[in-house]
Design a protein around this ligand. Sequence first.
Ligand code: PDD
Length: 284
Amino acid sequence: MDIVYLDGHYIPAGEARISPFDRGFLFGDSVYEVIPYFRGTGFRLREHIARLEHSLRAVRIRSGRDWYAILDRLVELNGGGNLSVYLQVTRGDSGSRSHAYDASLEPTVFACCAPVRDFASVAAKDVKGLAAIVTADLRWHRCDIKSTCLLPNILVLQQARDHQADEALLLRDGLVTEGTSCNIFLVRQGVVYTPKRSSEILGGITRELVLELADENGIQYQEADIDYDALMAGDEVWITSSTRGVLPVTRIDGQPVGDGEKGPLWARMFELLTRYQRRLMTGE
Ligand code: PDD
């Protein structure tokens, strides 16, 4: 995990330096992706790169890099296997602090790896049900952009931790949006519900895959509004992300979700996702 990528160079992490006038540092003027690699293969890599391009376009940061080549080489230099790759692109180093930016700035590109556990290596019976709190969504209205301005996410996750909970589920205008770094699903009477894609949530790669797997396997689902009462009346609640897969939430605001146990539809989706991942890992 020691080699990082910074502006065209693969170097030991301890040697990486960026300018304090980099706009990513000064303003959070940057976007990012987190892409797990399992046995050296990127998990829905094309979709992650497409989302990165969406974020870059939306904030008008120049792109034009061969992201695939950059990441493949980084993964190789870090020994392949199971890794989570973090990729950040800032608007660049402006040499001084000014809100206004020069469109010709050269973006700063940084990527590093961290260990990740592949979800196929864990049996459903060993997955722990999570506790969550529900709290106000304090973020801006362009949550479809994967921006590094994560202060609201950080603060509410800490609020969850202060309540001995694992995640914070966010509520905006009476509706559940998502978690601090995950999308949300609700099961009610055998139907899976998840909030519609909009600029209030991140278009999660795993969210999309879960809907695809539901579709292929005859699991009924609907993209719909979920309010607090509906959330609390759910039989099951799940969260999804590329690094965590699909995880059951069994307590919300101190109350059990359904019977307080991991639900049968969660177990089914966990199995489908695990099978998908195993196929990816063995290249079938
Ligand atoms: N977060 N919603 C938010 C706000 C997120 O930050 C993430 C991912 C997701 C799930 O998206 P995906 O399925 O594409 O991973 C939803 C990453 C993992 C992170 O910030 O570390």
